[in-house]
Structures are given as structure tokens and as C-alpha cells.
Ligand binder design. Structure first.
Ligand code: HEM
Length: 128
């Protein structure tokens, strides 16, 4: 019904955990992205992204309880994110979204957001 959040519609926490686990499985083998992650263990980064996405889509506000206001552009400022990094990020995310096998309108809504957010996170001009 109209009061059902997107979070519930896609299956709640297990769906977001699966999405982010698949995504980070791709990042773990990515020669461009993997070196950007400061920690040896990708688990904590995966947990932060999972909690953020759950909160964004109407699930529990655990992300902000633990991390405060998202301020995602600011939090990405230490990392050089150009078109290549953005496209690699989106490639792994596309694969992860596809593996969820969501109804098309839900998959499209999720993907449109992720694509916009990734373009928004770009903070570096390309080399001339
Ligand atoms: C954190 C890379 C886009 C959400 C990070 C980190 C890196 C990174 C290296 C630090 C790992 C950590 O300690 O958590 C990138 C790259 C992107 C990108 C290369 C390419 C465009 C996005 C997008 C979102 C996002 C589109 C949201 C939809 C997050 C969140 C964190 C994070 C929630 C943890 C922030 C915190 O609480 O500290 N990202 N990111 N990222 N990223 Fe991204």
C-alpha cells in the first residue's frame, strides 16, 4: 500500500546486505577502486554503505546514529573520484542491482538514484 516504504518493498535489510556484498565482491578485485579503500578489511566500509542505503530508502536510521549527518560529498573529498572511478563504481553496482532480481520498476528506481549519486560524487577533473 501507499505507506509501504521502498525499503520494505524491496525486501528490507537482507536485500541491502546482498546488494552491498555483491558490490564489494566486485570492488575487492578492481585494480582502480581497491587501492582507494584505506582499510585492509572491506567489511567496515561495506557496513557503512549498507546502513546508509537502508536509511536513505526508509529503513532504520542506524547510519546517522553511528556516523552523524551523511555529508557524502565531504566524506569523499579525500578520494580522487573522476569519470573512471565513477564508471567502475557504477559497473560493480549495476551487476549487484541485477543480481537482486527486483521487479523492474523497483530496480529502475534504485538504479536511477545510484547513478545520480555517483555522478554527484565526482570531485576530480580528468587529465587534459
Ligand atoms: C565511503 C569511494 C560513490 C556512499 C567511501 C570510501 C571510498 C569510497 C574509498 C571510504 C571507505 C569507507 O571507509 O567507508 C567511492 C567511489 C565512488 C563512490 C570511488 C564513485 C562514484 C558513492 C556513492 C554513494 C557512496 C554514489 C552513495 C550512494 C558511501 C558511504 C561511505 C562511503 C555511505 C561511508 C561514509 C562514512 O560514513 O564514512 N566511498 N564512493 N559512495 N561511500 Fe563512497
Amino acid at each position: 500500500g501507499p505507506s509501504t516504504s521502498f525499503f520494505d518493498a524491496v525486501g528490507g535489510e537482507p536485500t541491502f546486505r546482498k546488494l552491498v556484498d555483491e558490490f564489494y565482491a566486485g570492488v575487492a578485485d578492481d585494480p582502480l577502486l581497491r587501492p582507494m579503500y584505506p582499510e585492509e578489511d572491506l567489511g567496515p566500509a561495506a557496513e557503512r554503505l549498507t546502513l546508509f542505503l537502508m536509511q536513505y530508502w526508509g529503513g532504520p536510521n542506524t547510519y546517522s546514529a553511528q556516523r552523524g549527518h551523511p555529508r557524502l560529498r565531504m566524506r569523499h573529498a579525500p578520494f580522487r573520484i573522476g569519470a573512471a572511478e565513477r564508471d567502475a563504481w557504477l559497473r560493480h553496482m549495476r551487476q549487484a542491482v541485477d543480481r537482486l532480481d527486483l521487479p523492474p520498476e523497483l530496480a529502475t528506481a534504485l538504479w536511477d538514484y545510484l547513478e545520480r549519486a555517483a555522478y554527484f560524487m565526482v570531485n576530480a577533473l580528468e587529465d587534459p
